[in-house]
Design a protein around this ligand. Structure first.
Ligand code: C2E
Ligand code: CA
Ligand code: CA
Ligand code: CA
Length: 278
């Protein structure tokens, strides 16, 4: 490891240089990606305890002309650092709202809630609330059908008073709020008491090992019982097997997301999957 001679040091420098280069390339390409219409919003179903679709989460991909479909983990962090996340985040919210408008007259779809991920950087923009307000005004649909997913990091990085005000303003607009990846960050339980959240999303790392890990069972059961007292809806993420689904349901979980019910897919695929299920 460290202090192992010159080679190690040189190797480290190389890979770091490479990383910087790649970041630079990706960042430059990202800058034009929206104008070139290379961003795609995929959708993954969220179901209730009867496995009926109640909503979906929008998940971004980058349809790169040479590299194919690039997953968000490969460009969202870069976009966050360079500030491009603001443009990307707006594109995502625009697309989401457009779709909700399209479904306004559809009997079944007008009950679905659409969740979108909002990054810390975007949420902490001073005019995020204003932006959202004008967006909701522009598209005329019930705001409670839009759910904003924030990670604990997003909450952690905001200034305390500011955060309370922001979340209160969101609530006033009627938009739903979910705490994403719950249990993986550093936020304290006092957040759950102070902030008027609507949902918790149990991170898939707990669900993955749920059936053979007593600790995960304990944590999951505790989160679900706590949520009842706090009037929070709980969504279990990363549900891949019927056993996981049944176990979570027996603990009182009411909403589920995972490959068992559908993978993230383009909207047309998403909709035809729903039809073939009905
Ligand atoms: P996330 O918000 O926690 O999204 C859930 C991730 O779990 C998605 O990965 C989804 O494809 C994956 N997943 C869903 N069901 C299963 C399952 O049963 N098994 C397994 N192994 N995985 C499952 P994805 O689409 O690659 O997104 C990764 C992360 O990128 C998201 O995590 C989110 O933090 C971020 N992201 C995605 N779209 C956006 C976006 O529009 N804006 C922002 N700011 N971040 C986004
Ligand atoms: Ca999410
Ligand atoms: Ca998550
Ligand atoms: Ca995650």
């Amino acid at each position: 490891a460290k202090g192992n001679g010159k080679n190690q040091v040189v190797l480290f420098d190389d890979s770091q240089q490479e990383r910087v280069n790649r970041r630079f390339v990706v960042e430059n390409e990202l800058r034009d990606a929206i104008e070139r219409d290379e961003m795609r919003l995929f959708f993954q179903p969220i179901v209730n305890d009867q496995q009926v679709v109640v909503g979906m989460e929008g998940l971004i991909r980058w349809q790169h002309p040479a590299r194919g479909l690039v997953p968000p983990n490969e460009f969202i962090p870069i976009a966050e650092q360079g500030g491009l996340i603001l443009a990307i985040g707006r594109w995502v919210l625009d697309r989401a709202c457009e779709m909700l408008v399209e479904w306004k007259s559809d009997h079944e779809r007008q009950r679905w809630t659409l969740s979108v991920n909002v990054s810390a950087r975007q949420f902490n923009e001073p005019n995020f609330i204003e932006y959202l307000r004008s967006l909701l005004r522009r598209f005329d649909f019930p705001p409670e059908r839009l759910c904003i997913e924030l990670t604990e990091t997003a909450l952690l990085n905001s200034i305390d008073g500011d955060l309370q005000d922001k979340i209160a303003a969101l609530k006033k607009q009627g938009v739903k709020l979910a705490l994403d990846d719950f249990g993986t960050g550093y936020s304290s339980l006092s957040y759950l008491k102070r902030l008027p959240l609507n949902k918790l999303k149990i991170d898939q790392s707990f669900v993955r090992t749920l059936l053979n890990d007593r600790k995960d069972q304990g944590i999951t059961a505790a989160v679900l019982s706590m949520a009842t007292f706090l009037d929070l809806e709980v969504v279990a993420e990363g549900v891949e097997t019927i056993e996981q689904f049944n176990y979570l349901r027996s603990l009182g979980c009411g909403a589920f997301q995972g490959y068992l019910f559908g993978r993230p897919a383009p909207i047309d695929t998403f909709l035809s999957n729903q039809i073939s299920c009905a």
